[in-house]
Write a protein that binds this ligand. Structure first.
Ligand SMILES: Cc1cc2nc3c(=O)[nH]c(=O)nc-3n(C[C@H](O)[C@H](O)[C@H](O)COP(=O)(O)O)c2cc1C
Length: 206
C-alpha cells in the first residue's frame, strides 16, 4: 500500500474485529515500525505491553464501560442520544490489547532536545503509535485507540512501574474491513474539518 493511501485508509476500528489471532510475523512488523519512530534525543521512550489474557481483557472492558457511563452522564439531549449509538472500543473482540507506555527515564537526565519542553518526550511516544497505526493499516489490520480509562487502573492492571505512564490501550486485530468513514462522522458526532480551517500564514489568524 502506498503511504498516502495508508494515511487515508487508516481508521479507528471498534466493531470490525473478527477475533482471529494475528500472525506473529505481522505483529512483529507492526511493532518494529512503531519502534522506528523518531524520538527526542533518541530516547525511544515507549513500551508495548501485549495483553491477550481474556480475564485481563474483561477487567479492562468493565472499567471502560464504567468510564463510558461517567462521560454519558455529562451529556443531555441530542448529544446523549448520538453518543448512545457509538461503540467506543473493541477490547474483547480484538483479542489483543497493546498498552503503550511512556517512560521519560530511558535516556537518563541529559536528554538532547527536551530541556525546555518536557512534553517532547510524550510527543515521541505518540509518534510510535502513529507508526504502529499506519503499518497496521498497510497490513490490513485494525487498530482502535481507547482512552476511556483512569491511568492508575491500567497501570495496576498490567503492572506498569511508577515511572511509566500508560498513554494508550490499542485494540489490535484482524478486521472484516476498514470503514471508509470514521464512526464519529457516520453517527453524526463530529466530522473532519477542511485543511483551510487550521492553516495560517506568517501569523496565527492570518
Ligand atoms: C488520543 C486518542 C484517543 C482516542 N480515544 C478513543 C476512544 O476512547 N474510543 C474510541 O472509540 N475512539 C477513540 N479515538 C479514535 C477517534 O475517535 C478517531 O481517531 C477519530 O474519530 C477519527 O476517526 P479515524 O481515526 O477513523 O479517522 C481516539 C483517538 C486518539 C488519537
Amino acid at each position: 500500500m502506498e503511504l498516502y493511501e495508508a494515511i487515508a485508509r487508516r481508521r479507528d476500528t471498534r466493531a470490525e474485529f473478527t477475533g482471529r489471532p494475528l500472525d506473529d510475523d505481522v505483529l512483529t512488523r507492526i511493532l518494529t515500525a512503531a519502534h522506528m519512530a523518531p524520538s527526542v534525543g533518541m530516547t525511544q521512550p515507549w513500551s508495548f505491553t501485549l495483553v491477550r489474557n481474556p480475564a485481563t481483557l474483561d477487567a479492562f472492558h468493565a472499567h471502560v464501560m464504567e468510564e463510558r457511563q461517567v462521560f454519558a452522564d455529562e451529556l443531555s439531549g441530542e448529544r446523549a442520544e448520538t453518543f448512545a449509538k457509538i461503540k467506543i472500543e473493541g477490547i474483547v473482540e480484538s483479542g489483543l490489547g497493546i498498552v503503550v507506555g511512556y517512560d521519560p527515564t530511558t535516556a537518563g537526565e541529559q536528554v538532547l532536545g527536551r530541556h525546555a519542553i518536557a512534553d517532547a518526550g510524550l510527543y515521541s511516544a505518540v509518534l510510535a503509535i502513529q507508526n504502529l497505526w499506519l503499518a497496521a493499516t498497510a497490513e490490513g489490520v485494525g487498530v482502535g485507540w481507547v482512552s476511556f480509562y483512569r491511568e492508575p487502573f491500567l497501570s495496576e492492571l498490567v503492572g506498569l512501574p511508577d515511572h511509566v505512564r500508560p498513554i494508550a490501550w490499542l485494540c489490535v486485530g484482524e478486521v472484516e474491513n476498514l470503514p471508509d468513514v470514521p464512526d464519529l462522522e457516520r453517527f453524526g458526532w463530529r466530522g473532519r474539518s477542511p485543511l483551510e480551517t487550521v492553516l495560517h500564514t506568517e501569523r496565527y489568524g492570518a
